[in-house]
Design a protein around this ligand. Structure first.
Ligand SMILES: [Zn+2]
Ligand SMILES: [Zn+2]
Ligand SMILES: [Zn+2]
Length: 441
């Protein structure tokens, strides 16, 4: 079996075909409606961020009170929901790591690593531990395919040297280095409610999907007790048969730095419609420093987005994007605007907060595809601002209306990506809480 056979990566719904410039592209074999799941893949290896350690199960990532998780009696460094998760993790590789873990992490060679490299070292250790079992024919064919696929991924452009790893193994150093060279441009940040809590390896998803800054699909993670975390690729909008399916590798809002990230970390030049427009703008000017001038740019942005039928960033037609708005593409524009919104919201300046919120929404509508989770997160923040104002001050019908409208829109956006991450306390739960509270007004 070829380690990179397109056939292995076919499903009834998608197929991998050659790409004109890139290596390949993933094509829809059927039409997908917004919200449908395109691919579902279990983690091959993953590692929790240090801040999550002892708060989540090391196997299924279930978030729990630190008292209720059981510690591995061997290394006292891994935590589990119960003996089932412990046993599954033991079989999937922990038994190769457990006895050596503490001496490995306390050694100066590990301690000297930068924090991100420590994460890489632990993930590489977990990958090798799992792969050793794959090698020993202890894993099923799906996992063999996943490991072969990982080995066949394109290496990143930077040749950083592999960190020391924990488990004993029979892989030559060159193979370890080869595996590590796939890390930076292929691994995923695992998130719950759109906040990263772990890093993971999902080889099939890495192999299939190219990047777009105006993607038609996005990645979410499903957590289930006693099961490894699952990555799902979800259609953000209706996708026609024959369309290429793309996901964002990084936040598309990094309008200026993203080109460098693609170049240095991923080794490609993004040719998506959004990048075409940004490139056509040339040198991006800074937004005006003065309050009045800054507000005038915001007003102009809202007017433009209000009448635009389809974002130029999704069509790639730069002639439709006004040159006098180029400064909104400067990354300081969005950070300044977000600061205005947060400060006004915090200080109870309702009108100022709403003004900033409308500008932020316009900006998101311009640069993100419809139903992108960041749009929903901002609308939820807006709804919270409305609510805080209603409980603090005399409430007016217009604020109640704005709250209702925001909750409806936020719910619509999150309905597309669907449930993800931890079952509790996510944006969908917050929308429900606010909707219930609103009834008491
Ligand atoms: Zn668990
Ligand atoms: Zn252990
Ligand atoms: Zn792009």
């Amino acid at each position: 079996m070829s380690s990179d056979s397109f056939d292995d990566l076919q499903t009834n719904n998608i197929s991998l075909v050659p790409h004109v410039v890139g290596r390949s592209k993933c094509i829809a074999k059927i039409a997908f409606s917004a919200g449908s799941t395109i691919l579902s893949n279990s983690s091959f290896a993953d590692v929790l961020l240090p801040s999550e350690k002892s708060h989540r199960c090391d196997y299924c990532h279930h978030l729990s009170g630190s008292d209720s998780l059981k510690r591995c009696t061997g290394c006292a460094s891994f935590y589990y929901c119960d003996p089932t998760c412990q046993s599954m993790h033991w079989k999937s590789g922990h038994r190769k790591i457990c006895g050596l873990y503490n001496s490995y992490t306390s050694a100066s060679s590990f301690q000297a690593l930068e924090e991100h490299k420590k994460m890489d070292a632990l993930l590489l250790s977990s990958l090798i531990a799992h792969a050793t079992l794959v090698d020993a024919n202890e894993r099923n064919s799906d996992e063999n395919t996943a490991f072969l696929t990982f080995q066949a991924l394109l290496p990143g452009p930077m040749a950083a040297s592999a960190p020391p790893i924990c488990p004993k193994h029979s892989f030559p150093a060159e193979v370890i280095q080869e595996l590590y060279s796939r890390f930076e441009n292929n691994n995923f940040s695992i998130h719950s409610h759109f906040k990263t809590y772990a890093h993971g390896i999902f080889p099939i998803a890495s192999r299939l999907f190219n990047h777009s800054c105006m993607p038609n699909a996005a990645v979410k993670f499903i957590l289930q007790v006693h099961k490894p975390v699952k990555l799902e690729v979800v259609a953000l909008r209706a996708i026609s048969k024959g369309d290429e399916i793309c996901i964002p590798y990084i936040d598309p809002a990094l309008l200026q730095t993203r080109t460098t990230i693609f170049d240095l970390t991923y080794g490609f030049t993004c040719c998506c419609p959004s990048c075409n427009v940004v490139r056509a703008m040339g040198m991006i000017p800074e937004p005006p420093k003065g309050q009045v001038e800054f507000q005038a740019v915001c007003k102009r942005l809202r007017e433009f987005v209000g009448v635009m039928r389809l974002s130029p960033f999704s069509t790639g037609d730069d002639s439709l994007f006004p040159r006098d708005l180029a400064c909104v593409l400067h990354e300081s524009f969005i950070s300044t605007l977000s600061e205005h919104f947060s400060a006004a919201s915090h200080d109870g300046q309702y009108d100022v907060a709403m003004e900033s919120s409308k500008s932020l929404s316009a900006f998101y509508q311009l640069i993100y595809p419809p139903n992108y989770p960041q749009i929903g997160l901002h609308i939820l923040e807006k709804a919270k601002t409305c609510w805080n104002h209603l409980v603090r001050s005399t409430h007016t019908m217009s604020i109640v209306t704005e709250l209702e409208r925001s909750l409806v829109t936020a719910r619509e956006v999150f309905a597309v990506i669907g449930l993800e991450g931890d079952p509790d306390n996510g944006p969908v739960a917050e929308i429900s809480t606010l909707s219930d509270a609103k009834k008491s007004l």
